[in-house]
Every structure is written in C-alpha cells, then in structure tokens.
Write a protein that binds this ligand. Structure first.
Ligand SMILES: C[S@@+](CC[C@H](N)C(=O)[O-])C[C@H]1O[C@@H](n2cnc3c(N)ncnc32)[C@H](O)[C@@H]1O
Length: 207
C-alpha cells in the first residue's frame, strides 16, 4: 500500500468537515496543552496534522512557533489555504514519520502532539521509527500528547487497519525518560454520528 497515495486521495475526496476524524473544536487536546503552561514562543510540533483545527486554535491563542507536518501534501495545501494569512507563520513540513528526512533535522521541540496518527503504524519497524524520532525531537522537560484508538476502539480507520493502545502500552513504549502526567478515555463522535473511543495521554520528558 502506498501510504502517501492513500492519504492524498482521502484529503482530495472529502471536504474538511466530512473527514471521519474531523473535530470542530479539539477540546481534549487543548485541555492537555493548557496543563503544559507553554510560553507563547514554545515550539509546538503537530505530527500528522492533516487539516486539524488544533492549528487554528493555537494560532488564535497567540503561539508563534508552530510546526505542522504530514505525509500528505494535499492535506498541507488545504490547511494552508484555510489558515490563510495567520498560517503563514506556521512551518509546514511534508515528511514520513516512519522514515523521516526533514523532521529529524529540526531543533528539539517543546511539544510533540499526535492525534490519530500513531495507531496506523501496525508494523514493529514503523512503530520503532516513530518512537525513535519522538525521542530525538522532544526536549528535556518537553511534553508529548498522544491520542490513539483505545482498546475498545474500532479496528480500522480510513479503511486501514489500526494498532490500538492503552496508557500502560504508551508508558512502556516511551520508557523511563517520560512520565505520564494525565490520561483519559474520550469518545469522539464522527461527522456521521458514530463513536470512536480514544485514549488521550500527556507525558513529560524527565530524563
Ligand atoms: C486520521 S488522520 C488525523 C489527522 C489529524 N491529526 C487530526 O486529528 O485531524 C491521520 C493523519 O496521519 C497522516 N499520516 C499517516 N501516515 C503518516 C506517516 N507515515 N507520516 C506522517 N503522517 C502520516 C495522514 O496523512 C493523516 O493526515
């Protein structure tokens, strides 16, 4: 399966609001970001950003150092258009989290935010590449927010199989350098009305 092709098609074939993962307001992510008490110039990296409205909310809150990255050039083109002039200040990066060529060269960040991306990596080598990249990129005292389908979640998303998580699995993957500060289950309602149970986690790098 050509991952880039799959995601470009998904974004080409749908309006933003009809995407099966669309959030009008990214409440659970913002709730966790609030707990981090970031300065306005903190580096906030949203991996697999898609067309997420989290970027709009971060811009509205006055954050000046936002990075949005995705494997899909179509998603980035659409989110750039939507965020308009404000979005000019966002650094947009096309890259593959399982084989990074660009993110890997960035200076370390204060926040790694992932909603609905990690669970698509079903193969061990892709999961390892993802966590190695995260490990390289997050500063000491920096934060990690991961929201993934939980153990009661669907077994597919966007037609692709997913690997589901609970808090303990994420703690194990991140290891002793990261401390879990918060976690909760959250039932996301899709545009069509179906529910998708997620686990949201907030970690801080302590080592
Ligand atoms: C379900 S969408 C979630 C989008 C966004 N995080 C949100 O909450 O609206 C999954 C996103 O992960 C991106 N993605 C999938 N595989 C990727 C990879 N290997 N590297 C980077 N991004 C990837 C897709 O292009 C898509 O935008």
């Amino acid at each position: 399966m050509d991952v880039k092709f799959h995601w470009n098609k998904a974004y080409e074939n749908s309006t933003t609001e009809k995407l099966g993962w669309y959030e009008d307001y990214p409440g659970p992510s913002l709730q966790l970001i609030k707990k981090c008490h970031f300065d306005k110039d903190a580096t906030l990296l949203n991996v697999g950003v898609g067309e997420s409205t989290l970027i709009d909310e971060l811009l509205k809150s006055g954050y000046t150092n936002i990075i949005g990255s995705d494997i899909s050039s179509i998603a980035l083109k659409k989110i750039k258009q939507r965020t308009g002039l404000l979005g000019h200040d966002v650094k947009w990066i096309i890259d593959d989290l399982t084989n990074s060529k660009k993110l890997i060269d960035l200076p370390q960040v204060d926040l790694w935010h992932d909603r609905a991306v990690l669970h698509f990596f079903t193969e061990k080598k892709d999961q390892e590449a993802y966590f190695d990249l995260l490990d390289e990129l997050v500063k000491t005292k920096g934060y990690v927010i991961i929201a993934a389908f939980n153990k009661n979640g669907a077994i597919k998303c966007s037609g692709l199989p997913v690997f589901r998580y609970n808090k303990e699995m994420l703690e194990k993957r991140l290891g002793n350098d990261f401390q879990c500060l918060d976690s909760f289950d959250f039932a996301y309602t899709m545009p069509g009305g179906d529910k998708r149970p997620y686990i949201y986690t907030l970690f801080q790098r302590i080592g």
